[in-house]
Design a protein around this ligand. Sequence first.
Ligand code: ADP
Ligand code: MG
Length: 350
Amino acid sequence: MASVTIRDVRKAYGSAQVLHGIDIDVVDGEFVTLVGPSGCGKSTLLRMIAGLEEISSGDIEIGGQRVNELAPKDRDIAMVFQNYALYPHMTVAQNMGYSMKLRRASKEETAKAVQEAARILALEPLLERFPKQLSGGQRQRVAMGRAIVRDPKVFLFDEPLSNLDAKLRVQMRAEIKELHQRLKTTIIYVTHDQVEAMTMADRIVVMHDGKVEQIGRPLDLYDHPANLFVAGFIGSPAMNFIQGTVNNGQFQTAEGSTLPLPQSAKVTEGTLITYGIRPEHFRIDPAGQPVRVQVVEPMGSETQLVAKLGTLDLTCLFRERVDPKPGETITLTVDREQVRLFDRVTGMAI
Ligand code: ADP
Ligand code: MG
């Protein structure tokens, strides 16, 4: 096990700057996810940690040792990719034991390590099969088994579940999390899926356009996003954003609708702000603002509505059963202490 320190790391491909100074401290044994939209630089950063990509400037340390110039094989890491990259002509057992063969470990030692990984991942009945005789989920498990057999200081995962169907993805998500709880090895896990990032990680690094937007525990990011980007990226359905100003101690939209501000909000009259409210923080209240229901999506455990406040679309989520009809007008208020305010110009949380 080892910590991973990333210090002012930059990457340019020719004149194209893709990482603009990344600082991350991954604690020994921690599960950290790097999350952000496609193209924001997650894979590039992970590949730099693995040693598969040169570092333009900055430092990367693994277990306190600077590894900038260290070859991938000497970094004591194991990487699992989206496209498993199994050897087609080798059995599951041979695929899993290959790193030990390269290391010239004895047959007995290799068999023992493969057995142990196969037991952890429930792969024992499949050890003599070839990759083409496996389902997507089983192949993914073999790729993980191969990483476990290496017994690395750090696991690096790059979107390992993207090729699986939704149900299997949820199952594998739980398996990887459980695996981490058992092995307690440091994991850096890349995904573009914020649900995956939220559910698996001890801490999340939100990336955007080659920069870190915020680092924190999943629920801290959800409750206290540092800026509009994080607020909009974390959470599904996404936070509603409404533009307006502060008027008479209330929030007022351009069309004149009013919504309450948090009691403690430090905003002066006339300030231009973006008002952020999560879908689950609306309540039906006779004293609220009238909104016109557009779409009703009953999901059983909850009901999602799209409703218009003036010309603005709001997404609302109710845990209790509500049954309005499209076209109907209902009155909504918000849980004011859950409202998040952002500076209209900088996008930073107020
Ligand atoms: P992510 O994994 O977050 O989707 P990547 O790290 O793959 O993003 O890519 C980040 C940016 O770097 C993208 O704009 C991509 O086009 C660019 N990029 C990645 N690899 C190369 C390369 N070998 N040459 C030039 N540009 C690259
Ligand atoms: Mg990628």
